[in-house]
Design a protein around this ligand. Structure first.
Ligand code: UDX
Length: 437
């Protein structure tokens, strides 16, 4: 069996290299010629641990190639994965027009029996629509079957998530195709959920809605902890050890960001609304998240006992929406930097990989490749991403770098004991604040 992948974003390239790694011949299409030329040379602008190495290795072995010809891509594979983006439209719906356009072209190019596996996140009903579009454009006698095969990988962990999938969801009414896809994925997972198109599509959206709700839930608990002197990290542990609850996605902080949770939650609310249903819990989770994103600014103004930040230098540590990625889409760092500027402050920023991305949006931030330099002379430090470099920094030297050390830890990564020892004014999310002076 040969495989094709349409769309060379994170999901597409990771899917392609992982299947190539286990021995499949894979071709990938993208209409961006520059991206394709780079990928063919082993160059990739996504920072994803292990991805570049796997790409280079499989290019060398000749198992993976890249093309700007959609026809070549469609002709090559028996299974064609669609991994193009489904951005949010202004009305809150996911834009599936790229997939619709592809469906017309695929219908036109079909040269044999094909399985079209939709991995992009789409509203319930999309696979059905795409099957109709392909069928009405397919002038051959070759069967072209659409399946829904949603992707659950996390950025920064994409390779390991692919090689160790907790489940593979296969949406199709055709048992032969379902078995074939199960075999294809058997090296990656032992758990398969066989279902119809709409259920598979909804599993993806419901999963992201649940994760977002879990995060907003613990963030609200953190805010309650602040009111009553409890410690949210211990509350989360005490709750999470109950196997019905589970410890994951209970890290309180400055809210969820990224390319998926913010977009998919809004889309789920809108899609439910279009069906005549008010997805109340998720609406609340989204609102809680919006407020939580600016929590560090609230803490900062309180701690400095000021109403604005004029004359203040704020060191921002971490710009990407989470560690091990250079992705800044919906990163809390963006509204926070914007707000610091609105309040008249100056920003010194550190991030190990995401500076070039943020520079395009905020050219006037002072960027530093070393934490010491970003902190030096600052009035306050905001920790926004839990990068290892930021966790492991020697905060023992902070009083040599700052006159009056103040840290607002938006990710609860530093130890209260250490901060007390180093005489730092330290605020975190849902844990006791420390005032050394
Ligand atoms: C998410 C889903 O996890 C994945 O299954 C889906 O395929 C794509 O969307 P991703 O966007 O890579 O993956 O990030 P994830 O690791 O889920 O984190 C999302 C956001 O939630 C980040 O901003 C992270 O900092 C935040 N988060 C996560 C918390 O604030 N607390 C937590 O306990 C977990």
């Amino acid at each position: 069996m040969r495989l094709s992948v349409i769309g060379c974003g994170c999901v597409g390239v990771v899917t392609a290299v992982c299947f190539a790694e286990i021995g499949y011949d894979v071709i990938c299409f993208d209409h961006n010629e520059e991206k394709i030329n780079d990928l063919q040379k082993g160059r990739i602008n996504i920072y994803e641990p292990g991805l570049k190495e796997l790409l280079k290795e499989n290019l060398q072995k000749g198992r993976i190639k890249f093309t700007i010809s959609l026809e070549e891509c469609v002709n090559f594979g028996d299974v064609i994965f669609i991994t193009v983006g489904t951005p949010l439209l202004l009305d809150g719906n996911l834009d599936v027009s790229q997939i619709e356009l592809l469906a017309k072209q695929i219908g036109h190019f079909v040269n044999g029996e094909k399985i079209i596996a939709i991995k992009s996140t789409v509203p319930a009903g999309t696979s059905r629509l795409i099957q109709e579009v392909i069928d009405s454009n397919n002038k051959t006698y070759h069967k072209c079957s659409v399946i829904s095969c949603p992707e659950f990988l996390r950025e920064g962990l994409a390779i390991s998530d692919t090689f160790n999938m907790e489940r593979v969801v296969i949406g199709t009414d055709d048992p032969c195709i379902a078995n074939l896809i199960e075999k294809l994925y058997s090296s990656f997972s032992k758990n398969f959920v066989h279902t119809n198109w709409e259920t598979a599509e909804l599993i993806k959206l419901a999963s992201n809605a649940f994760l977002a709700t879990k995060i907003s839930f613990i963030n609200e608990i953190a805010n309650i902890c602040d009111k009553c002197g409890a410690d949210v990290t211990k509350v989360a542990l005490g709750m999470g050890l109950d196997s019905r609850i589970g410890v994951s996605y209970l890290k309180a902080g400055i809210g969820y960001g990224g390319s998926c949770l913010p977009k998919d939650t809004v889309a789920s609310v809108k899609s439910a609304e279009d069906m005549g249903y008010d997805f109340e819990i998720l609406r609340s989770a989204i609102n809680v998240n919006k407020k939580q994103l600016l929590k560090p600014i609230e803490l900062l103004l309180d701690a400095l006992r000021v109403k604005d930040l004029s004359g203040k230098v704020i060191a921002v540590l971490g710009l990407s929406f989470k560690p091990d990625t250079n992705d800044i889409r919906n990163s809390p760092s963006l509204p926070i930097i914007k707000r610091i500027f609105e309040l008249g402050g100056t920003v010194n920023a550190y991030d190990p990989v995401a500076i070039p991305e943020v520079k395009k949006i905020f050219p006037v931030v002072n960027y530093y490749s070393e934490i010491d330099d970003a902190i030096s002379g600052a009035d306050a430090v905001l920790i926004l991403t839990e990068w290892d470099h930021i966790k492991k920094f020697d905060y023992g030297k902070i009083s040599a770098l700052m006159d009056n050390p103040l840290i607002i830890d938006g990710r609860n990564i530093l130890s209260l004991e250490e901060m007390e020892k180093y005489k730092v004014n330290y605020y975190s999310i849902g844990r006791t604040a420390l005032f050394s002076n």
